[in-house]
Design a protein around this ligand. Structure first.
Ligand SMILES: [Zn+2]
Length: 394
């Protein structure tokens, strides 16, 4: 399975993946998923939000145990973030069948669409729609960088966008969702290969628009300029400093400049802030501080700042009884916090949800160098099989 997925959507130049919602690489990943389901005689199903399901047992049965993750990537992402969970889910089912497990509940593998939000700027669109935390009226207005609307992108990829929205019936039949994921950090680096998630830090995306005045880089005196790039640069530095002082995280990783000319002072700099903290009060205060320092500097630069919150995910505490049960099944696997969002975090508001993390020796993620060692991946499969056996079998 791993070898089949490896070349799909990989850039020859960067070695990273460009599997973005509804693009051709995403289509190949989806075809792969459907084939894996059919190869195993699982019931394949596409839900109203474009998420893929592979069922062992009755999809309409009660108390289903669901596992899986996502197959899309960030721009130039690594091979493991998402696909490790989907591949491990199929492999865990194979292992359980090999053990002769007797299933007492329906089990499904799921591939949630557009987890990374690389194309439309909102993460976890597939699971957010399903859980009812993203309204269809908002979703249909989302556009990618080329102005393509989400429903049009779905339609062009051959999917019907007309019924997107909350899928409460489906969720009501799920007893537990367990997502296996490569660790994005180094908590496991020195210890065991597999851990259990404790909580997901609250996190969000904020867009800063710095409005200045376009002018000639060669003829405009420094004192006469209203250069939003200066305000932006100062804001990036302030964000870093204030995040460090707060024990939190703040990152400007995406920027858009108008007119984007080498010899032109920018008229507009748009910078996207990704920020995360252990609790919501700290996160709110941090973003306020960054906004204040941007506004102060803007005044000096003759620039106007606008702040827009594009997405926000409150703190997620995974289901404690489920987490404890899984940790016991795995003979005391460590419980780790995470700053990364996941479909499991979205679904935790609706159903009992848990996560397993597989060791990532360097901790690097969202990069072509993201890696996990084969023995650790196999330990992850076997741990997931143990968990599914405990939850779904007699
Ligand atoms: Zn992921």
């Amino acid at each position: 399975m791993w070898a089949e997925l490896l070349p799909v959507g990989r850039s020859a130049a960067s070695g990273g993946y460009r599997r973005h919602a509804w693009n051709s690489a995403d289509a190949e990943c989806r075809a792969w998923f459907e084939q894996q389901a059919r190869n195993r005689g699982l019931h394949y199903e596409l839900d109203r939000n474009g998420n893929q399901w592979a069922w062992l047992g009755d999809p309409q049965g009660e108390g289903a145990v669901v596992t899986g993750s996502h197959l899309d990537s960030v721009p130039d992402g690594g091979a493991f973030d998402g696909p490790l969970g989907v591949v491990s889910s199929f492999a865990a089912l194979d292992e359980l069948r090999g053990r002769g497990a007797r299933f007492a509940k329906p089990v499904a593998v799921v591939n949630f669409g557009d987890e990374e939000g690389a194309r439309f700027g909102v993460a976890c669109i597939g699971s957010r729609l399903t859980a009812g935390v993203l309204a269809p009226e908002q979703a249909v207005e989302l556009r990618d960088a080329d102005g393509v609307r989400l429903p049009d992108a779905m339609e062009r990829a051959g999917y019907d966008p007309s019924a997107i929205g909350a899928d409460r019936d489906r969720l009501s039949r799920i007893g537990a969702f367990v997502e296996l994921h490569v660790e994005q950090g180094r908590y496991l680096a020195e210890g065991q290969p597999v851990g259990v998630a404790g909580a997901i830090w609250p996190h969000g995306r904020w867009r800063f628009d710095f409005h200045g005045e376009a002018n000639h880089a060669g003829t405009t005196r420094l004192d006469d300029r209203r250069d939003p790039m200066l305000t932006y640069a100062t804001t990036v530095l302030a964000a870093r400093k204030k995040a460090r002082l707060a024990g939190a995280l703040a990152t400007f990783g995406k920027i858009a400049v108008e007119p984007n000319g080498t010899n032109a002072i920018a008229s507009l700099v748009r910078g996207w802030l990704d920020s995360r903290a252990a609790d919501e009060a700290t996160l709110t205060e941090l973003v306020e501080q960054i906004h204040r320092s941007a506004a102060e500097r803007a005044e000096r630069d003759g620039v106007r700042v606008e702040l827009t919150r594009e997405s926000y995910t409150p703190v997620v505490d995974f289901d404690v009884p489920l987490r404890d049960r899984i940790a016991a099944t795995l003979h005391g696997a460590p419980v780790l916090p995470t700053g990364a969002g996941h479909d499991a975090g979205i679904l935790a508001s609706a159903i009992p949800t848990a996560m397993l993390f597989v060791r990532n020796p360097s901790g690097v993620s969202h990069s072509p160098t993201e890696h996990a060692e084969l023995p650790d991946c196999l330990a992850g499969v076997s741990a997931l099989a143990d968990v599914l056996e405990d939850l779904a079998c007699q």
